[in-house]
Ligand binder design. Structure first.
Ligand SMILES: Cc1ncc(COP(=O)(O)O)c(C=O)c1O
Length: 397
């Protein structure tokens, strides 16, 4: 099929809800992608946080191949082996409790909203979330999302959601009342521009939840599955959430969402009160198991921490070279934001032309989330391309 025909089909038959780069990728391996003409790209943002093991990891491919020949799908009114094994593994790496499987981050967050409302027993239902947060595109998740641009045009959103200021405990306290049932946050706001939650703030939220009988719900859709150098970002803070939501990288490229509920709260939802047809099917669970095992076997926590430090140092060096272009470097593990003093879309576009895929969020922040198994050489290659782009822009100014 010719490239233009693909574009024409999209134009004619697919709703235009995504901003798109005019490129068709046909192959991926590790940190690289190839387009329809065979041009190779280094991917500094594989799958928007889905491909933590890079593209087409051999262990994930083989797990999918094995399972596909046995049983692709079986609904949740029967038992399946991969789901049982995956649930045990997630609980082993997090905290005592139980999981609910679904298909996406938004869906996992919707499950958390429903569980919190059930916990509130009709008297308490308000959830406090934060400015610049992102929790998904369904109506409940949008009501949690503290960014007007995503909400605009979709009013009225469901009631019962309050928004406080990130890293500001006093604004949270001010929102708590007799109807509050939970607090929900990302520990690093990804879409919001890589804003890292301060330790005191998170400890303060845990304390507030304990004192007021509120659920602390942590959205680890983007920060989970090794991204920050630990399995889950909350493990850097010395606290446990009451509920954690996962998606993206868990499935190794297949769609999965998961809500992990602490033991004390794991019998709130009763049979028939929540469900998801595709949730926890054997194929996606086999793929997710392969992801979790590869992360451990390939010692990717240590590698992520080491590469993260190296990447940070290289980005800080760029900031020294281009103080007028780069405002701030922030992040953790292999999740970094480079805030520019100018439009970051232009930088991302120029990087793309030179064979580097890099994300831009909030207009001025370059978001770098490479595969956790990226090599130092590949990091150098990407940062060198970014440096050459910044040099061009610096000279032109
Ligand atoms: C922190 C966070 N929560 C939720 C979501 C929504 O996930 P999904 O697109 O799988 O519904 C995203 C997606 O980017 C996210 O980054």
């Amino acid at each position: 099929m010719k490239k233009q025909v693909v574009f024409d089909y999209y134009q004619e038959y697919i709703l235009d809800t995504y901003k798109k780069w005019k490129i068709i990728f046909v192959k991926g391996k590790g940190s690289y992608l190839w387009d329809i003409h065979g041009k190779k790209y280094l991917d500094f943002f594989p799958g928007w946080g889905v491909c933590n093991l890079g593209h087409c990891h051999p262990k994930v491919m083989s797990a999918i191949r094995n399972q596909v020949g046995r049983l692709i799908f079986i609904p949740n009114n029967y038992y399946n082996l991969p789901q049982a094994k995956l649930a045990k593994e997630i609980i082993y790496w997090s905290y005592a409790g139980k999981v609910f499987f679904c298909n996406s981050g938004a869906e996992a967050n919707e499950a958390a909203i429903k569980l919190a409302r059930k916990f509130g027993a009709g008297k308490r239902y308000e959830i406090i979330s934060f400015q610049n947060s992102f929790h998904g595109r369904t109506l409940g998740a949008l009501a949690l999302t503290g960014q007007e641009k995503y909400r605009q045009g979709f009013a009225p959103l469901p009631e019962g959601f309050k928004i406080a200021k990130f890293n500001d405990l006093n604004t949270v306290k001010a929102q708590i009342n007799e109807k509050t049932v939970g607090i929900m946050l990302e520990l690093i706001q990804g879409e919001g521009g890589i804003n890292v939650a301060e330790k005191d703030f998170v400890l303060g939220l845990r304390r507030l939840c304990d004192e007021n009988n509120l659920l602390l719900i942590i959205d680890e859709v983007q920060t989970g599955i090794g991204r920050t150098g630990k399995f889950f970002a909350y493990q850097h803070y010395g606290i446990n959430p009451d509920i954690m939501t996962l998606a993206k990288a868990l499935g190794g490229g297949l769609p999965i969402g998961c809500m992990v509920v602490r033991k004390e709260f794991s019998d709130i939802l009763k049979p028939g009160e929540h469900a998801s047809t595709f949730g926890g099917g054997p194929l996606v669970c086999s793929s997710a198991l392969a992801v979790l095992r590869a992360i451990q076997k390939e010692k990717l926590f240590t590698h992520t921490q080491e590469m993260g430090k190296y990447l940070k140092a290289r980005l800080e060096k760029l900031k020294e070279i281009f103080p007028s272009l780069i405002k701030e470097i922030r992040g953790m593990g292999l999740m970094w934001g480079v805030e520019l003093n100018q439009d970051a879309n232009i930088v991302a576009q120029k990087c793309f032309e030179k064979g580097l895929l890099i994300n831009c969020t909030q207009g001025s922040v370059l978001r770098i989330m490479p595969a956790l198994n990226i090599s130092k050489k590949e990091l150098d290659l990407g940062v060198d391309i970014l440096k050459s782009v910044l040099t061009e822009i610096y000279k032109a100014n």
